[in-house]
Ligand binder design. Structure first.
Ligand code: UN1
Length: 457
């Protein structure tokens, strides 16, 4: 259904929420289960749309649909587990309890690189919690959004408008953020975008759930299994053509194994199959746009006169394939360069030697962003230090796994310039609800809390 104005669209979403919130949560979960089953039935076709628009390789596109299916399963179970605590009341014949209620309309802004999964993180939780959603997809991936909407409409019966798509760019995002009818804005994208939008929401005291830029690092210790490490590093740094918010940007490598690691890394990079993402043998597709390519080249050009060694990074001419295919870049640095402090959304991996783990942890944390991090080690003391309060300051900290490719069961998100939001698993659902503290007096007296007396004398 088309709406002839933004106002009508928001009103339709509000009405959809009002109808939906009356349905018991476990029944809402059943509809999400059916949605998940339809995603299963259409996995291959949906993955094709992802490959067509976001230019992801087949396996990753299918993995992304799987991520959405997993979210449906998770949310179906969650629909019976929206628990509120009951606390002992200090007063006789009183009950003190938390109730969780839906917020209403959730505004959801998503990026091109996970055109379906990030919507699913938000929608599956928001919907079992009783909310409706207005989804502004990336202008690069509107067909993915339309395909999802068609599947939702198939299972939604009278609740089709629980999902309403608002296509557009910055203007539409601003409209959502300024709209007091939308209590929560969940936005995924660059830190720049988040810093522009968040003040609009907070000016009206609305809530935000932000999943913004990362600048993810891996620390490779001397005891690491280097074959496993090189695989993990390559998947995270070069995979998805460096276009995940969790992509690996920086590697700190212990001096004892530095040369061996670099030899293995170069050898592994040399085997990468870069080509048409719809060819199942391709491991890397193109960058999403000329802008992304220009950003990558500008960063590499700025590094050229510095004390660094650059490998790869150039455009690959692949027959008649016209898009921006690149050889992923490796940049060896001897000191921290300014370029390493910013996120370039392209496959550039900076590598630096370290000798002391605490220094490496400091370098890892010493950036504005705080999304994902990894340590590769077989030394328990090292991995435990990394996971301690003196360790990684990121929302995601992995041991012997790259920085990307998180499962849905954990809470996903990060600190500092990454925005602080948590989506997907664990108790992230609480962000989509309002908490009501209810105190019920079932006695015939009115005792006051803290022993306060208010009797007429
Ligand atoms: C993103 O790039 O915005 O952990 C999300 C991962 C994926 C999600 C990435 N599960 O890499």
């Amino acid at each position: 259904m088309k709406f002839n104005s933004y106002k009508n669209l928001v009103n339709a979403s509000k009405e959809a929420h009002k109808k939906w919130r009356m349905i018991p949560a476990p029944q809402r979960g059943e509809i999400i289960r059916e949605f998940g089953n339809e995603l299963r039935n259409n996995k291959t076709e949906l993955a094709k749309v992802i490959t067509e628009e976001a230019r992801k390789i087949v396996s990753e596109a299918e993995g992304e649909v799987q991520e959405a299916i997993d979210m449906c399963d998770f949310a179906t179970g969650l629909s019976r587990q929206l628990y509120g605590l009951t606390m002992p009341s200090e007063r006789p014949d009183h009950r003190l309890q938390e109730l969780w209620q839906p917020l209403g309309v959730v505004g959801c802004i998503t990026a091109f690189n996970f055109p379906i999964a990030v919507f699913a993180w938000n929608f599956c939780l928001a919907s079992v919690c009783g909310n409706s959603i207005i989804w502004k997809p990336s202008p690069h991936t509107t067909k993915c959004a339309d395909a999802i909407k068609r599947i939702w409409d198939k299972v939604a019966d009278e609740h089709k408008e629980l999902v309403i798509i608002l296509n557009g760019g910055n203007q539409e995002a601003v409209a959502l953020c300024e709209d007091p009818n939308i209590p929560l804005i969940s936005a995924t994208g660059s830190t720049k975008m988040g810093k522009e939008l968040a003040p609009l929401v907070s000016a009206r005291l609305g809530r935000t759930l932000l999943e913004l830029g990362g600048n993810n690092a891996a620390i490779i210790c001397s005891t690491a299994d280097l074959n496993l490490t090189v695989k993990g590093v390559t998947f995270s740094a070069a995979g998805t053509t460096g276009q995940r918010c969790t992509s690996l940007r920086r590697a700190f490598v212990h001096e004892e194994i530095y040369d061996e690691f670099m030899d293995k890394l170069h050898a592994y990079y040399a085997t990468l199959k870069i080509g048409d993402p719809s060819d199942p043998s391709s491991q890397l597709g193109p960058l999403i746009s000329k802008n992304s390519f220009d950003d990558m080249q500008n960063t590499l050009n700025a590094l050229k006169n510095k004390d660094v060694k650059i490998y790869g990074g150039h455009r690959l001419e692949l027959g008649d394939l016209e898009e921006f295919y690149v050889m992923p870049a490796i940049v060896e640095v001897s000191k921290i360069e300014d370029e390493m402090l910013e996120e370039t959304f392209a496959p550039i991996l900076y590598v630096k030697k370290f000798s002391d783990l605490k220094d490496a942890i400091h370098m890892q944390n010493n950036v504005k962003q705080g999304l994902s991090s990894s340590i590769f080690t077989n030394d328990l003391k090292e991995s435990e230090l990394f996971l301690s309060s003196e360790g990684s300051d990121c929302g995601i900290a992995n041991v012997n796994i790259g920085t990307s490719g998180a499962e849905i069961g954990g809470a996903f998100g990060g600190e500092k310039d990454t925005g602080g939001g948590r989506e997907s698993g664990s108790d992230s659902w609480k962000a989509y609800m309002r908490r009501v503290t209810a105190t019920v007096n079932y006695g015939s007296e009115l005792p006051l809390a803290q022993g306060v007396e208010f009797d007429e004398n």
